[in-house]
Design a protein around this ligand. Structure first.
Ligand code: FAD
Length: 458
């Protein structure tokens, strides 16, 4: 019997895809930067099916590439086509298994689309705060495997911090049921942390217990114009003194990024009359009356304007206005689709200096080139995207300049997207050899045959 027949016996023949027209979307990444091939795409519907598929692959020496929504930006979810491989799509494992509003937890399967988890939490009167522009397509399993960040990290932390328990199929097909819904559990090593952010190289996440939060009854969205990134960092500190931890997002947006959106999307409008070099999109949430929060924010912004800490600001007056401001932010990735992307982090206080130094270093080598700088400034995370399609053949040189500058600032070459294929080699220049050795030892212990997502991360 062929591998496909054996797999069909586990998941049903209709869930083993082999025709090129069926497999194509699974073999190419969202940005169409990576494509490969595999023997087939397998779509199990339960943890026991995943376990049986992985055990079969272990016996046959076939590698497994776990795939969620395939929105990852580092080529982690697509096969490389260099050996016998299957793509294991989790998309049929999309059940919300349970919601416990009194424990503030949701137990969900890995293939649940992030937006569906947010909706389920909302229907239960709670908030699941993980939020990113790909939330209509990316899946919880992918979010946890990449330790996704997104726009609410400032208040709620990254994906890792939303997890209380995990269910994982190990590389030999055994199921680790760590679906505990406990906030306190000091009974030895916290094993779930191994799989969070592991990009599918240590096992397949099949389900998770997620933390839920009270839903803020009041929200405020502000679009703020600024002279410089330095002003943005100073403003965040100033506003936090006034408004405390009500901030869930504080997003820096350069004028070039806004202009890319205005050129790309007919519906988008410049929120302010005058042109400014930098903007911040801030989101706040609180309990109590919405008007009270808006008043507080208005007063704080007016104070900051009087002190010269900002150039101009607009506060959304309705949900629709808030959504249209957020659409600008969410459209930036597709509005500057093909250029040299960097997802980096530095200490928040050093962002202004990094932006200045990286810009100077790039100009010294490549002359004047467009730079689309935007991102989660409140978390020290910038999407620092350089040039246009014409510069792509020189992308390695461009990244070298950016990453060398980053090293001087003690930054990370991957703040939230992971390493995948894209940064697998580059990380060797930045990570302590001892750290790499420890990572390799963990990989060899859990996956001695090297069958889980080979060629990614390490
Ligand atoms: C427009 C856009 C905006 C984005 N914005 C952000 C952002 O703000 N913040 C951010 O962090 N990311 C962002 N991303 C990147 C991407 O959405 C995230 O990395 C997301 O978490 C990936 O989820 P996914 O389901 O698409 O995973 P995939 O792309 O399918 O997989 C990502 C990695 O996880 C592994 N994997 C997937 N599912 C499992 C599983 N069940 N078990 C084990 N391993 C698994 C894969 O093998 C791969 O290595 C953005 C992407 C796009 C396209």
């Amino acid at each position: 019997m062929t591998l496909q027949h054996l797999l069909g016996g586990i998941v049903g023949a209709g869930n083993v895809l082999t025709a090129p027209e069926d497999t194509k979307p699974y073999f190419t990444d969202w940005r169409r930067q990576y494509s490969g091939a595999a023997e087939c795409v397998v779509r199990p519907a339960s943890t026991s099916e995943v376990a049986a598929v992985v055990a079969l692959c272990d016996r046959e020496g076939v590698a497994v590439v776990p795939q969620g929504g395939n929105t990852g930006l580092v080529g982690g979810s697509v096969p490389m086509g260099k050996r016998r491989e299957i793509v294991l799509s989790l998309s049929r494992m999309n059940r919300i298994r349970a919601i416990d509003p009194l424990n503030d937890t949701a137990t969900v399967e890995a293939g649940c689309v992030l937006a569906a988890v947010q909706k389920a939490a909302q229907d239960a009167g709670r908030l699941f705060p993980l939020s990113l522009a790909a939330e209509g397509s990316c899946q919880i399993g992918g979010n946890l495997s990449t330790n996704a960040g997104g726009v609410n990290v400032l208040r709620y932390g990254t994906a890792r911090e939303q997890v209380l328990g995990l269910e994982v199929v190990l590389p030999d097909g055994r199921v680790w049921n760590g679906l505990r819904a406990l906030r306190k559990d000091n009974t030895g090593y916290d094993l779930k942390q191994l799989f969070l952010g592991a990009e599918g190289t240590l096992g397949v996440i099949t389900a998770a217990v997620l933390r839920l939060f009270p839903r803020p009854s009041a929200n405020a969205t502000a679009w703020i114009a600024l002279e410089s990134p330095r002003a943005a960092v100073a403003l965040l500190a100033l506003l936090r003194e006034r408004l405390g931890d009500r901030f869930s997002a504080f997003e820096l947006i350069s004028r070039a990024s806004l202009e890319a959106v205005l050129a790309h999307s007919r519906d988008a409008h410049d929120p302010l009359r005058d042109v400014h070099p930098w903007y911040v999109l801030a989101e706040l949430g609180d309990s109590g009356e919405p008007t009270m929060l808006r008043e507080r924010v208005e007063n704080a912004l007016a104070d900051c304007a009087e002190r010269g800490a900002l150039c101009d600001a607009a506060l959304a007056q309705s949900g629709e206005q808030s959504r249209s401001l957020w659409r600008i932010r969410e459209t930036i990735p597709e509005a500057q689709f093909t250029n040299v992307k960097h997802d980096i982090s530095v200490p928040v206080s050093r962002i202004p200096e990094f932006i200045a130094r990286a810009g100077e270093a790039l100009e010294a080598t490549f002359g004047k080139i467009p730079i689309y700088c935007f991102g989660h400034v409140g978390d020290g995370n910038l999407h620092y995207n350089v040039g246009s399609e014409a510069l792509m053949p020189r992308s390695a040189e461009v990244s070298r300049v950016v990453y060398d500058t980053l090293t001087e600032f003690g930054g990370s070459i991957s703040a939230e997207h992971g390493l995948g294929q894209l940064k697998r080699e580059e990380i060797r220049r930045h990570k302590d050899p001892l750290e790499l050795e420890l990572m390799r030892a963990l990989k060899d212990t859990l996956d001695p045959k090297g069958l889980m997502n080979p060629g990614k991360v390490l």
